[in-house]
Design a protein around this ligand. Structure first.
Ligand code: ADP
Ligand code: MG
Length: 322
């Protein structure tokens, strides 16, 4: 059983970046409006995510680290959404199996909070304490008990880059949540959480980018909104184009090609625009129900989405050059 648990952990916990993504998504599910992400040594030594969400009541804390324990399936109709939203009750149990995990949590209407510590095969230790409202999850020494997995981790610089790109996508996907990102004690990003995508982008790219951006609004059943760069502001060789489908980060070569077609002759060879685009589709026209770790999605009527993206970009550029 113990070994099975450790192997199964490979599903959602593959590296520090995947731990960060799962923890932040839990904080968002808990309706947090402010989330702090801290890492040390690329997350290999420490990952800590603190939120001001609803917290976990004392008696449920031990359940949270059990396999397939999810509080997010309340009714039969929810069942259809589980896979889609990734509620599989696997993240915390997987982390508990392959790291030293500590949860500190207090719901706003509880006088005391709960602290749970667990590592590997040891039984969880639970105590109560006065804590701030919300939840902090700390993951230390990832894969300390699985040398083969530990060896598979990249060097600190590389793991840091991976975490940083996950965090920047989470910031772009959630402009209404204040997200602070700290690496080795230094604040790297701090988005204000005021709902403005532009302010979220500034938190990651810096203030100078703001006057190089064009707002893009394309309403309709296939709605697209976001920011693209003016054609005189391009990145050479590196790709700064990203997409969110119904607020989830996705990868799509076809969508990227559509954006580039929208720029058309305006693009210099080998250069890429900056672009953060949110595509909103009726949920039944987007199938994100692939593997939770995969970022590719199937779009029904993909051709319609691609032509919407191309037209939206072209129209925004034409409007701006008037
Ligand atoms: P899932 O998110 O699929 O339900 P997880 O293993 O990620 O499974 O989390 C297990 C459970 O722990 C969640 O269903 C939720 O009840 C609780 N939980 C985890 N993180 C938080 C958090 N930050 N705030 C409140 N509850 C949380
Ligand atoms: Mg989760």
């Amino acid at each position: 059983e113990a070994i099975y648990k450790r192997i199964a952990a490979g599903e959602v916990v593959v590296n520090p970046a995947s731990v960060v993504k799962e923890l932040v998504e839990n904080s968002m599910d808990a309706e947090a409006t402010a989330i702090t992400i801290e890492i040390a040594q690329g997350g290999k030594e420490l990952i800590r995510v603190t939120d001001n969400g609803v917290g976990i009541i004392a008696e449920d804390v031990p359940l949270a680290v059990q396999k397939h324990a999810t509080s997010k399936i309340r009714s039969l109709s929810d069942l259809e959404q589980i896979e889609t939203l990734g509620f599989r009750g696997e993240a915390l149990s997987s982390m508990a199996a392959v790291s030293r995990l500590t949860i500190k949590t207090r719901p706003h209407d509880s006088v005391e909070g709960t602290i749970l510590s667990v590592s590997g095969e040891h039984r969880p230790e639970v105590s109560s304490a006065g804590l701030a409202e919300g939840t902090t999850v700390r993951v230390e020494n990832l894969f300390y008990n699985i040398p083969a997995r530990m060896k598979f981790l990249k060097n600190t610089a590389r793991e840091t880059v991976n975490v940083t790109s996950v965090v920047s996508r989470l910031i772009f996907a959630n402009p209404h949540i204040a997200i602070k990102y700290i690496n080795n004690g230094k604040v790297i990003y701090h988005s204000p959480g005021n709902g403005s995508l532009k302010d979220a982008v500034i938190a990651v790219y810096g203030k100078d980018i703001s006057h190089r951006l064009i707002d893009l609004e394309y309403p309709g059943e296939i709605a697209i909104h976001g920011l693209i760069s003016r054609p005189d502001f391009l990145y050479k060789g590196t790709n700064h184009i990203c997409f969110f489908l119904n607020s989830r980060y996705i990868q799509s070569r076809n969508l990227q090609a559509a954006v580039l077609r929208g720029y058309g002759e305006r693009l210099l060879r080998g250069h890429f625009p900056f672009s953060v685009l949110h595509v909103t589709l009726p949920p039944d026209r987007a199938d994100v129900n692939v593997h939770p770790g995969k970022l590719q999605v199937m779009l029904y009527d993909e051709a319609d989405v691609l032509s919407a993206a191309e037209h939206a970009v072209r129209a925004a550029l034409e409007e701006d050059s008037k």
